[in-house]
Design a protein around this ligand. Sequence first.
Ligand code: UD1
Length: 432
Amino acid sequence: MAEEILRITGGQKLRGEITVQGAKNSALPIMAAALLCSGETVLHNVPRLTDVYAASRILNHLGMRCKMEETTAVISPEGLTQTEIPDADMRAMRSSVMFLGPMLGRLRACVITMPGGCELGPRPIDLHLDAMRQMGVQIRESQGKIICTAEHLHGARIPLPIPSVGATENIITAAVLAEGETVLTNAAREPEIADLAAFLNQCGARITGAGEGTVVIEGVKSLHGTEYTVMPDRIAAYTWLCTCAAAGGTVCLKGTAPRDMESSLAVLRAAGCRLGICRDRIYLDSSQPLRSVRYIRTMPYPAFPTDAQALICAVLCTAQGTGMIEETVFESRYKHVGELLRMGADIRVSGRTAVITGVRSLHGASVEAMDLRGGAALAAAAAGAEGETVLRGLHHLDRGYDRFAETFNSLGGIAKRTLISASEREKNALNA
Ligand code: UD1
């Protein structure tokens, strides 16, 4: 079978201005939450991603109508009858689990299977299911299917053992049409949760505290449709900043929310990049040599995000000195490291810790994206490397980036997406 690859010619300093895409991790739960509304939902700033198309497929499968035109999604609820999401759609992405709360809220029933998504170590959904049980949902498993029914969906006091983003979102979306009040403590505080709640409140929901540790949801009888603009993608923004940091140059990102990115921006400053912030714009100047950052630990928001770990890892490959990263959110999130080693990086991984010693420069190589952010990190590293990098596994990039190569090239990078045949692929693999 033929495969698409991305050829990146390294060593071009980046220069220019781009508008950052809408947030994947906000658009996906909001699309699922549109299921709760009895009228039409119009969403703007929806990134054009395979994950978004998968969410749209699920909505259409359930009997609703979801149409995407450029970055606008129009979702109409008429025809919502199905309560089961096919296994193939569940496996397509982790966010398929975001349909659990809305389906239970609206239909009081839902059949799902285990969701797929990036393999970052075990990604159970026990916290989601436990919370649903506390709200009166009966759950049984049969032949790999998780069958949920809720004759009486009611509010509850739910203390989350760990602040899971997805569980927080599912509890909110199940609670908005449940009877009575739900009080969620130790909730995740990621900005995308506040965005989801802002959308739901605009539809008539009563949610307070979203984006903080305690969220209170007062159930209402119904929600109406609305028109809403999805927040900017802070991880996509960080991707372009890290790409410029690695390649050198000066870029300006428009349409960002710098306040949501404080911890990750602080790390780039510590690495020697000069940053300027003016309202929704972030300027980055990477003309000075990079220096290592002694210790970075990924943690739930507002700390340094796990989704940015691979990206900063790529930047620090050529920083002067030695630094350490500790990944505390996911068990196995260093799959990019083996590929960075092929490009000449000096990184040692032990358990959840990576020690990076900066080298003078990386060189191009044939590498493969193993997951979404790891793939973006390889592209960032390639931008600063000597020679050409061939990046495979582009389906991972397409899950999270709206026109990656076009955006990169608009900043003066050189990336070309091409189709190669199976025999060329084998030849490349032998030469790698
Ligand atoms: C979301 C983001 C993902 C990000 C992650 C952490 C979306 C679509 N995805 O993923 O990009 O990397 O937050 O910021 O928004 N856990 C359990 N049981 C559960 C649920 C989670 O043990 O039922 C564990 C996970 O294995 C993980 C930790 O909790 O170790 C955090 O996961 P969680 O916050 O739920 O991440 P996601 O919502 O899957």
